[in-house]
Design a protein around this ligand. Structure first.
Ligand code: FAD
Length: 372
């Protein structure tokens, strides 16, 4: 049986960042994914926003890894010429009650170490974005956008330069710890079953993390958090983009999403979304009947929207730990301290801001490995 020092299951932004980080300490790292290409699931179905770290409760992994990850990500993009731009974002309040909610958000951001937010009144807001309707706004200058595909490609290249191997079309099936290593079973592209021995096992399988955890011998079932699928749809806009910044409403109260916002890619192509819809099965359908809800949400801040230029786009699915109606849940990184098994790290619930946080999450996983 082949023997390696670590297997990372899942080649999304987080798994790739982990492979890159741990390959600075471990020699043979293998990253496997069930798809032939890296980043084929949630990491390529999102808003590509570098979040500032405004929304998440203080002292949570989400808050800490988002703020730390944002700084690491800007530095990384700068250093390796990954297309990105600190375009800035406006969170718009439409009435005094929403200004109150923005004030709470501002305090939250300050506690998280986001100290650069600026208040704009209606007149200043018009100067920033003449086409926008709004009573007041919070401006976040450190929110940005990036080319997530080039980011993931760069992570993979750096990991490969350190000896990591990426094996696509390879599905994790089962693992058990035997004597001093994990015996990991996987399905090869031709359907045959392979086995590999590995000192470390990292479960970074995103929407598949819980299913993988269920196939690891010795895990206490109650330590596998239930997974809730929450789909977010996007609509693209084929007309002229009037916005210089990202435009967000005040976030939804239950925090299932940040509200239907206006984002744009680095070419300036405008898109709106994501909304939030809990679903039972992995299904990326975007029902064009949702258009009416999108029009209502967008017209609140942009009355001049040309409805005919709004088209059903794509969707992404959040791997939530938050049941419908429940309060928001934090990211989980589990190591032997929690589950009692040696040399196993598992990540659960890596929804937004997981792309922003990816380098910081990888740093934490690396620290767990390096401290052994
Ligand atoms: C609608 C939406 C919008 C978002 N917007 C943003 C944003 O603007 N900014 C931000 O910071 N974050 C955003 N996020 C969150 C971000 O996209 C995710 O947190 C991040 O991409 C998660 O990366 P990951 O590597 O954990 O998961 P994934 O990208 O899902 O990768 C997991 C990989 O594991 C593989 N896998 C699963 N099971 C197996 C198995 N049994 N064997 C082998 N491989 C397996 C999958 O094929 C997949 O490639 C958004 C998410 C959604 C859904």
């Amino acid at each position: 049986m082949d023997k390696v020092e670590a297997i990372v299951v899942g080649a999304g932004a987080v798994g790739l960042a982990i492979a890159r980080a741990i390959s600075s300490t471990l020699n043979d790292v293998v990253i496997i994914d069930q798809h032939s290409q890296f980043g084929s699931e949630t990491s390529s179905r999102n808003s590509e926003v570098i979040h500032a770290g405004i929304y998440y409760p203080n002292n949570t992994l989400k808050a800490e890894t988002c703020v730390r990850g944002k700084h690491l990500l800007y530095d990384y993009c700068q250093q390796f010429n990954i297309p990105h731009r600190a375009i800035g974002k406006l969170i718009i309040a439409f009435n005094p009650a929403e200004v109150q909610q923005l004030e709470t958000l501002h305090q939250q951001a300050l506690q998280n170490g986001v100290t650069d937010l600026q208040w704009l009144d209606a007149k200043q807001l018009k100067k920033y974005e003449p086409d926008l309707n709004g009573h007041a706004a919070l401006f976040s200058p450190s929110t940005g956008i990036l080319d997530s595909h080039t980011y993931m490609q760069t992570l993979l290249t750096h990991a490969q330069q350190r000896g990591t191997m990426f094996i696509g079309q390879t599905r994790f099936l089962h693992a058990s710890f035997q004597v001093n290593h994990w015996v990991v079973k996987f399905q090869n592209p031709d359907g045959s079953i392979g086995e590999i021995a590995s000192q470390w096992l990292i479960n970074s399988a995103g929407l598949g993390a819980q299913a993988c955890a269920q196939q690891i011998d010795g895990i206490t079932p109650s330590l596998i958090p239930p997974l809730y699928l929450c789909r977010g749809h996007y609509f693209t806009y084929s007309g002229r983009n009037p916005f210089k910044h990202l435009i967000y409403p005040v976030p939804e109260k239950n925090q299932t999403g940040l509200g239907i916002h206006s984002t744009q890619d680095l070419a300036g192509q405008l898109r709106f979304g994501p909304d939030s819809q809990y679903i039972e099965d992995l299904d990326y359908e975007v029902n064009s009947a949702l258009k009416a809800d999108f029009i209502d949400a967008i017209k609140r801040y942009w009355p001049k929207l040309d409805e005919d230029k709004l088209h059903a786009g794509y969707s992404g699915i959040r791997p939530k730990l938050q049941a419908p109606g429940d309060s928001s849940k934090d990211f989980i990184i589990q190591s032997s301290r929690e589950h009692g098994l040696p040399n196993l790290v598992q990540l659960f619930g890596i929804e937004s801001p997981g792309l922003t946080a990816s380098l910081a999450l990888a740093e934490r996983v690396h620290a767990l490995i390096a401290s052994k």
